[in-house]
Design a protein. Structure first.
Length: 292
């Protein structure tokens, strides 16, 4: 196996028992039987890289705070909401963009190279699968590393936008109060009020990260494309997701309808537990490397 060992960061990973050898054997059998494996990943695959998630019991953002993620309608409608979002994102970006893939990301990349993994869909926006080298990949909810203009559609790299923020806010400083998922940090309203947000260089339009905010929908072309990849597959593995968000859950429903075997690797219950062929309660980075 060529997946290099990385030391996991377990600050945001719920506690769980080590993998049961019998369960390892069951997952090994599941993967061995599959010729064209369809994999869908969620926040639970990236927590071991140090990125917090929303829903983990006791330590996810929802359990720790009353904070909720940016809503699509609010971002579109409110200049002050955009100012607040970008100020927090500006502070969080240096750390968020520096996160690296963990062992689980590297294992999935290796399965692709071996021809085992047919297609990988991630609900994450952290670019860690891309950094790991996965190519047969759909980023279902987009990626924070890209930014686009709502008016003219022009795309720039998030790193370029960081330079524009720095130029517009040379004396603005803010200490973050804790890190949240998706590159967000906690800031007070007082810290945010003087932060300047650039407009699109091409047309002066509103800049938005290339991600699907809560309350928005994934474009139909992308959904259809993923359904086509699923139709070519013979089994589904869900890794690190409770599948509470419908945009990902719909593919599990489609797999169930096609009577594909479904295995779940996730700490804690998921929306699919009642119809999965196999449910494993373990860390992705601990169990996946054991599968040959």
């Amino acid at each position: 196996h060529s997946a290099s060992r990385t030391s996991p960061n377990l600050a945001f990973v719920p506690t769980c028992l080590p993998p049961d050898p019998i369960e390892v054997e069951k997952l090994q059998h599941f993967v061995s039987e599959s010729k064209r494996l369809f994999v869908i990943t969620g926040a639970g695959i990236s927590t071991e890289s140090g990125i917090p998630d929303y829903r983990s019991e006791g330590i996810g953002l929802y359990a720790r705070t009353d904070r909720r993620p940016m809503q699509h309608a609010e971002f579109i409608r409110s200049a002050s909401a955009r100012q607040r979002y970008w100020a927090r994102n500006f502070v969080g970006w240096p750390q968020f963009s520096s996160y690296q893939p963990n062992t689980a990301h590297l294992v999935l990349r290796d399965w692709e190279k071996l021809g085992k993994l047919h297609w990988l869909v991630t609900q994450n926006v952290d670019a860690l699968h891309t950094k790991a080298g996965s190519q047969r990949l759909t980023e279902l909810h987009g990626c924070t590393h890209r930014v686009f203009c709502l008016a003219c559609g022009d795309q720039i790299l998030r790193s370029e936008l960081q330079e524009q923020f720095e130029a517009l806010n040379p004396t603005w400083k803010a200490e973050a109060f804790g890190v949240a998922p998706d590159g967000d940090v906690f800031l007070t309203d007082e810290q945010v009020c003087n932060f300047q947000v650039p407009a699109c260089c091409k047309c002066g339009g509103i800049l938005k990260p290339d991600v699907t905010f809560f309350g928005d929908t994934v474009c139909p072309e992308k959904v259809n494309f993923v359904h086509q990849r699923l139709a070519e597959s013979d089994s589904m593995l869900v890794a690190g997701s409770s599948m509470q968000v419908y945009s990902g859950y719909r593919f599990a429903l489609a797999a169930q309808e096609k009577q594909l075997p479904i295995a779940i690797l996730n700490i804690g219950p998921t929306r699919l537990d009642h119809f999965a062929s196999l449910k494993l309660n373990a860390r992705c980075g601990e169990l996946l490397p054991l599968i040959v």
